[in-house]
Design a protein around this ligand. Structure first.
Ligand code: 4NP
Length: 156
């Protein structure tokens, strides 16, 4: 684990339309609030490519918007090998995401990888997939992402 301040993070979920776009937008917002966003690269990706090129799910756009964060300009992309050398940190939302990240790790990888809540808070909580859920599930995901983002900001 690097002890100096990190400069880049990639948030990863399955589809890159529900959870990781929220994490990208919320973490950017948290770092901006703390005056630490300058020069930090924050991005998100999915382990599958089903929604490549699409905007985030409208329910994620809506919950972020209720808290004053606009994620509507983001576009879905799939996790790629170069990400493992371009980013300091690659974080999965749940354990299946982390397993999929590890399965794609190339031999030259330098990125630290792990579960978002574990790396950010030392908690072994997963951020659950809300895709087949309700608005309340998206709200819960937002609050979990906000809490973890505040924890993660201590390393930036
Ligand atoms: P996400 O949610 O991983 O939080 O973006 C999902 C979105 C779409 C699908 C799965 C999960 N999908 O299979 O289409």
């Amino acid at each position: 684990m690097k002890t100096h301040p990190l400069r880049s993070v990639l948030f990863v979920c399955l589809g890159n339309i529900c959870r990781s776009p929220l994490a990208e937008g919320v973490f950017k917002f948290v770092l901006e609030e703390q005056g630490k966003a300058h020069g930090v690269v924050i991005d998100s990706a999915g382990t599958n490519g089903y929604h490549t090129g699409e905007a985030p799910d409208e329910r994620s756009i809506a919950v972020a918007g209720r808290y004053g964060i606009d994620i509507s300009g983001q576009r879905c992309r799939q996790l790629k090998a170069e990400d493992f050398v371009h980013f300091d940190l690659i974080l999965g939302m749940d354990r299946a995401n982390v397993a999929a990240i590890e399965a794609r790790r190339p031999p030259n990888a330098t990125a630290e990888t792990g579960l978002f809540s574990a790396v950010a808070l030392g908690e072994n909580n997963q951020i659950p997939d809300p895709y087949y859920g309700t608005g309340a599930d998206f709200e819960r995901v937002y609050l979990m992402v906000l809490k973890a983002s505040k924890g993660l900001s201590n390393r930036f």
